[in-house]
Design a protein around this ligand. Structure first.
Ligand SMILES: *Cc1c(COP(=O)(O)O)cnc(C)c1O
Length: 359
């Protein structure tokens, strides 16, 4: 049976990317060796790292003065690496859910943290950014609760931040839409949602923002170590970086982030429209502007609460995978990352409609 992969992360990758990765595991580019057994210093791998950085820059329109790094440690290590490198006195965080909270917890060990506003079911905008902050931090897409900072609200944040540096966790919506990178000093994320298998973390960093704090930074946690060594100070996660490169090539070949944004909007409209008009289900995020295109959450209406298990079994029987909501939200979550096509979302919509006909 065909499986439709709605996993929240690690998550769906383009089929051709998975096949090409598998081929490279057997034999890497006709070299007679597996990608798993070559040196990252070998002449074979440097072009992979170089092309991955170049394609990230090209697809996201990254201006001069920025580097793109591929590191280990996950987004969770970035929660402490950001304040380690940037927080001298005070930082401002917008708290929009579990991941923001974890980032805030780490920052508190380095200085004063101002929580600008907090909400898990909307993107709050009633705040001013203190202009004496070292930086402001946002989570652009809230993977667990299913909210996302819209392009219009991003514009508002660019205005509100004034001259304060802006840092973003874009783990779950990187490359899903165009972003004005010039507004940010650091953009980071675990690559296992929209780009690669688990094991690699992307960091887009403006070189100018580094070197302004007075504390000692351990070598591995200092961004300069990695900018100066092209992500090769220590052994990089070779296989996930290669898969990231394949995904970037896939995206470029198909039309880049403009193309994927259109497809992501089409998918999100299809599914939200279905659950907005459903007899049995309702979305958990009511404000349309704040709805995530990547993680679409819905629950049975109160009068249909008892149908959770039945729908889960029904959908599983139709090949739907990974649709159980996070335990903090309950209900269902369909993660519709870049690699999910319109047909996959249509299959879920058909599944919901057919289930409704039974009740
Ligand atoms: C998944 C996720 C993380 C955690 O990433 P790790 O690579 O597992 O550390 C952080 N932030 C967001 C928004 C996420 O979706």
């Amino acid at each position: 049976m065909k499986k439709y992969n709605f996993n929240a992360g690690p998550s769906i990758l383009p089929q051709e990317v998975i096949k090409q990765t598998a081929e490279a595991v057997i034999e890497f580019e006709g070299q007679g060796l597996s990608l798993l057994e070559i040196s990252h210093r070998a002449k074979y791998f440097q072009p992979v790292m170089d092309e991955a950085e170049a394609l990230m820059k090209e697809l996201l329109n990254v201006p001069e003065g920025y580097r793109v790094l591929f590191l280990g440690g996950g987004a969770s290590t970035q929660f402490c690496m950001v304040p380690f490198n940037l927080l001298e006195k005070k930082a401002a965080y917008l708290n929009t859910g579990v991941w923001s909270k974890k980032a805030i917890k780490e920052a508190k060990a380095f200085g004063e943290v101002v929580e600008l506003a907090a909400s898990t079911n909307s993107i709050p905008m009633d705040f001013e950014v203190p202009q004496d902050c070292d930086y402001m931090h946002i989570t652009t897409n809230n993977t667990i609760f299913g909210t996302e900072i819209s392009d219009a609200k991003l514009q508002e944040i660019y205005r509100k931040k004034g001259k304060v540096r802006l840092v973003a966790d874009m783990s779950s919506d990187i490359l899903s839409r165009p972003i004005d990178v010039s507004q940010f000093d650091i953009i980071y994320g675990g690559a296992q949602k929209n780009l690669a298998p688990a094991g690699v973390t992307f960091v887009i960093v403006k070189e100018e923002c580094l070197g302004h704090v007075t504390r000692h930074i351990p070598t591995m946690l200092d961004y300069r170590t990695h900018t100066e060594n092209g992500s090769m100070f220590n052994t990089p996660p070779v296989l996930p970086v290669y898969t990231a490169l394949l995904t970037l090539r896939w995206l470029k070949k198909n039309g880049g982030v403009e193309w994927i944004m259109k497809r992501n909007i089409e998918k999100a409209n299809l599914l939200y429209n279905c659950i907005d008009n459903s007899k049995i289900f309702m979305p958990t995020i009511m404000d349309r502007e704040d709805r995530s295109r990547m993680n679409i959450c819905f629950v049975p209406k109160p009068e249909y609460e008892g149908l959770f298990d039945e729908f889960f079994a029904f959908a599983s029987g139709r090949g739907m995978v990974g649709i159980k909501g996070h335990r903090l939200v309950g209900g269902f979550r369909a993660s519709c990352y870049n690699a999910m096509d319109v047909e996959g979302v249509q299959a879920l919509v058909d599944c919901i409609r057919d289930f409704e006909k039974l009740h």
